[in-house]
Design a protein around this ligand. Structure first.
Ligand code: NAD
Ligand code: 6OD
Length: 487
């Protein structure tokens, strides 16, 4: 039986309590292995190792040496690509071609991109006039923040974890990662890579477990953690924010969304259909940036809806290794129950189910044990329906017609969330005008999830606090000190 152990101070260790939990494959609910659950003892040891490593050889590395090491980590992920790919697909059930184009390459790229940003970022300097005429020089100086707790979710496990670990380590911090209990594998594998690349013991640590009263809470409440970076649900973000208040620790929160897609009647309809198909259904709809509310201008509404239904009907559900399959299961039976609840609620709230709406018969006894759900389109819901307002995080969207630009801006912004928006139009002036009025951290025009790692990433309103990416990551992962030199 495969076991997933903690990675503390450069070594894989079991839980002292002997407590483990099951890791199951969402494709057919088969058992992948047992995961060790960290208690306070393991979390204390991981944080102590990270704190100690801040004083060890890591602290003396030049920036160039850190960058060289992180590039080596990226290269080693690529050398062990197949192992990362298999591990990610087992944990999540996602099609191999998705994980091999998105999750694993970005997992490696996250280490390279931030090293380059860091190497090319200047620090500020100001000359100050003084009454004696001699002046003073102010010089900005960045130091690592210290021990960073990284709490990550299950939807893009390697990508979202390294998105935090890459910049944290590039800036000279040490990390303790708590991956999602649903997807422990690739984070564990990264421990092996860190050792192979010669990353000093204690710089990268992993503790496994759940959130409340488990590894997640013990880590975020730990007094020796200097800052917490989190990706996950808004409700969990609120709990972590409270934990961080004790000791005034800094936080970066990337949370949920209920993102709008806006299709104007002057769009390229095929581009809009292709983009909305991806934004609503890729990764079985489990992308925080995904579109669950689609607003379509009346002139193209019937055509757009008909084309979306045609494309959804073509989605092929199947095992990750099935080369024809482009649609996997949800991450777990528990999450399937949540999404299925919303499918029922949509009917109660008066939706017309245009396509999908249920749990499919996979025509195979093993697959029928898995967390499968049909890709679904609804129409006809009221703007205050819960299905239109709450994040479902499944392969589903509600499509609604609109008439004017002013109307759709108000509809798109009528949400507690503010993560992302996608706008489809061939009119550049309109694109910019509407884009500027979106209450969201990220706006895509005629594209979706097109990422440039130098840009700011984060959410407005209840979708998060702070920005990471490029130089914005430096703000979070370093302490900026001003040194004033009187001349
Ligand atoms: P989640 O909040 O349930 O869990 C995320 C992580 O937090 C897990 O590791 C979990 O164990 C841990 N956790 C849970 N309770 C905790 C607690 N009390 N203290 C400390 N840690 C705790 O989220 P999820 O279900 O894993 O992920 C899906 C959610 O993540 C969706 O809401 C999605 O929108 C969001 N998400 C946001 C982004 C973004 O960039 N904004 C990216 C991906 C996912
Ligand atoms: O691309 C990224 O850097 C990023 N953080 C993506 C988040 C996707 C959410 O599911």
């Amino acid at each position: 039986m495969k076991e997933f152990r903690h990675f503390i101070n450069g070594q894989f260790v079991s839980s002292a309590s002997g407590k483990t939990f099951e890791n199951r494959n969402p494709v057919d609910n088969s058992l992948i292995g047992l995961v060790h659950e960290a208690g306070r003892e393991e979390v204390d040891a991981a944080v102590a190792a990270a704190k100690q490593a801040l004083k060890g050889p890591w602290a003396k590395y030049s920036q160039a040496k850190r960058i060289e090491l992180l590039n080596k980590v990226a290269d080693r992920i690529n050398e062990r690509f197949e192992e990362f790919l298999v591990a990610e697909c087992l944990d999540t059930g996602k099609p191999r071609h998705i994980a091999s184009h998105i999750d694993i390459p970005r997992g490696a790229a996250n280490f390279k991109a931030f090293s380059e940003t860091l190497a090319n970022h200047p620090t500020e300097s100001f000359r100050l006039d003084t009454p004696d005429g001699k002046g003073a020089i102010n010089m900005g100086h960045r130091t690592p923040k210290g021990v960073i707790a990284v709490i990550s979710p299950w939807n893009l496990p390697l990508l979202l974890m390294t998105w935090k670990v890459g910049p944290a380590m590039a800036c000279g911090n040490t990390v303790v990662v708590k991956p999602s209990e649903e997807t422990p594998a690739t984070t564990t594998l990264l421990g092996e890579v860190m050792n192979e690349c010669g990353v000093p013991a204690g710089v990268f640590n992993v503790v496994h477990g759940f959130g409340p009263d488990s590894a997640g809470a013990f880590l975020t409440e730990h007094k020796d953690v200097d800052a917490i970076t989190f990706t996950g649900e808004t409700r969990t973000g609120e709990i972590i924010m409270k934990a961080a208040a004790c000791g005034l620790r800094n936080i970066s929160l990337e949370c949920g969304g209920k993102n709008p897609g806006i299709v104007f009647d002057d769009c390229d309809i095929e581009k809009a259909v292709e983009g909305t198909m991806r934004s609503a259904f890729v990764n079985c709809g489990q992308v925080c940036l995904g579109t669950e509310r689609v607003y379509v201008q009346r002139g193209v509404y019937d055509q757009f809806l008909a084309r979306m239904k045609e494309e959804v009907a073509k989605l092929k559900l199947g095992r990750p290794e099935d080369p024809d399959a482009n649609f996997g299961p949800l991450v777990s039976l528990e999450h399937r129950d949540k999404v299925a609840y919303y499918y029922g609620l949509a009917k109660e709230e008066g939706a017309t189910v245009e396509i999908g709406g249920g749990i499919p018969d996979m025509g195979d006894a093993e697959l029928n044990q898995g967390a499968w759900i049909e890709p679904t389109i609804w129409t006809g819901l009221a703007d205050n329906a819960r299905v239109v307002r709450e994040e479902i995080f499944g392969p589903c969207c509600h499509i609604r017609p609109f008439d004017t630009e002013e109307e759709v801006i108000a509809l798109a912004n009528d949400t507690d969330y503010g993560l992302a928006a996608a706008i489809w139009t061939e009119n550049s002036a309109r694109a910019i005008r509407v884009g500027e009025q979106m209450e969201a951290g990220i706006v895509w025009i005629n594209s979706w999830f097109l990422r440039d790692l130098r840009t700011a990433f984060g959410g407005a309103k209840q979708s998060g606090i702070g920005r990471e990416g490029g130089v914005h990551g430096l703000e979070f992962y370093t302490e900026l000190k001003n040194i004033c030199i009187k001349l």
